[in-house]
Design a protein around this ligand. Structure first.
Ligand code: GRG
Length: 328
């Protein structure tokens, strides 16, 4: 089994340093594309466009675009790691990278609404409905979702555009992102039977099912779209899927740990709200220590899934290792 040292010989600071540098390269590539996609036309109302820009150009980590681009790297042999080499590979995957970020951004805007999580702060800025108003925030999410598919349909290579749209639509729809969000709300709102007295196994199973769809499906779609953009083989797509499944769950466990242990200043959003609301989370169900060990085991699983891809999957490997060690 490949070794995964979240805090071993590859210490957290060197992991952080190398990943920060790699993520900065992703941002430098993706953010101008996001900016260009939001130029608008005379038909787009200025207030709506301003809301879309507020949301999409806010300082996110750009993890999903990174997954698209690094999956493209992982599926390309003898990766030329210079800026010019990355750029020529990434150009094929750029449309997918920004489309996935648009779906993510729309989901955050809607999740922050008073009808859902009712949050004031996102990415260190006022949430969309706070900076504008609720109706504009709903419309902004709607417009970002449609724009994601417009970008894929018009900018992916024609031979793969329909498959790309299908992958993203399935990840964003009722069986995945929206269904997972609905299930998450259903427990909190009492639309389904209370699980507080259910067994730990039943609670964990529920949590994993919610997060596999609410958070994990979009990560998986990002990886698949990155692979598809560069003509990945069926075997490479399976390796990316195995990585993505473990990565997605590890990410959610880390997110729960941050909510339980992080600070608002480092995380860029309100923390401690899961506990406040009595929400089912991994730390609440199995405790902090067991959550962290499960997250670390999943990271090892993710790293192992890519072991056959060698250094071309280096960024994906380091990202998985960082995910459970992060503080934001
Ligand atoms: C409203 C259909 C609909 C879905 C909402 C994304 C989501 C589903 C809810 C967000 C709630 C939440 C905090 C989920 C945990 C995982 C998550 C998506 C965290 C935010 O992603 P990051 O950390 O954020 O990549 P940035 O801002 O860096 O992009």
């Amino acid at each position: 089994m490949a070794s995964c040292q979240v805090s071993g010989s590859q210490d957290a600071s060197s992991l952080n340093g190398s990943l920060t540098h790699s993520l900065a390269r992703v941002k430098a590539f993706v953010e101008p594309l996001l900016e260009t996609s939001l130029k608008g036309t005379a038909e787009v109302p200025p207030r709506l466009l301003a809301a879309m820009r507020h949301v999409l150009l806010a300082p996110g980590k750009r993890l999903r675009p990174a997954l698209v681009l690094w999956a493209a790297d992982a599926c390309t042999r003898s990766v030329d790691r210079t800026d010019a080499g990355s750029r020529s590979r990434w150009e094929k995957a750029g449309a997918a990278a920004i489309a996935v970020e648009m779906i993510h951004a729309y989901s955050l805007v809607h999740d922050d609404l008073p009808a859902m999580d009712d949050d004031d702060l996102r990415r260190g800025l006022p949430t969309c409905h706070r900076a504008f108003d609720e109706a504009t925030a709903i419309l902004c999410g709607d417009a970002l979702q449609a724009l994601a598919f417009e970008i894929l349909a018009s900018q992916m290579a024609p031979a793969i555009a329909a498959r790309g749209c299908l992958v993203l639509a399935q990840a964003a729809g009722a069986e995945a992102l929206v269904g997972g969000q609905s299930d998450d709300l259903s427990l909190e709102r009492g639309w389904v039977a209370d699980l507080s007295t259910a067994s730990t196994e039943a609670q964990t199973c529920w949590l994993e099912r919610v997060h596999r769809r609410k958070t994990g499906a979009l990560f998986l779609a990002a990886l698949k779209l990155g692979g598809l953009s560069v003509g990945a083989s069926a075997e490479q797509l399976l390796q990316l899927e195995a990585y993505g499944r473990a990565f997605g769950l590890a990410f959610q466990i880390a997110d729960d740990l941050l909510d339980a242990e992080g600070t608002e200043a480092s995380v860029g959003k309100r923390v401690g709200k899961d506990v406040e609301r009595g929400k089912l989370t991994f730390p609440a169900v199995v405790g902090l220590k067991a959550s962290r060990s499960r997250g670390e085991a999943l990271v090892r699983e993710a790293v192992e899934a890519l072991s056959g891809m060698g250094e071309s999957a280096g960024e994906l490997t380091r990202l998985a290792q960082w995910i459970i060690a992060r503080d934001h």
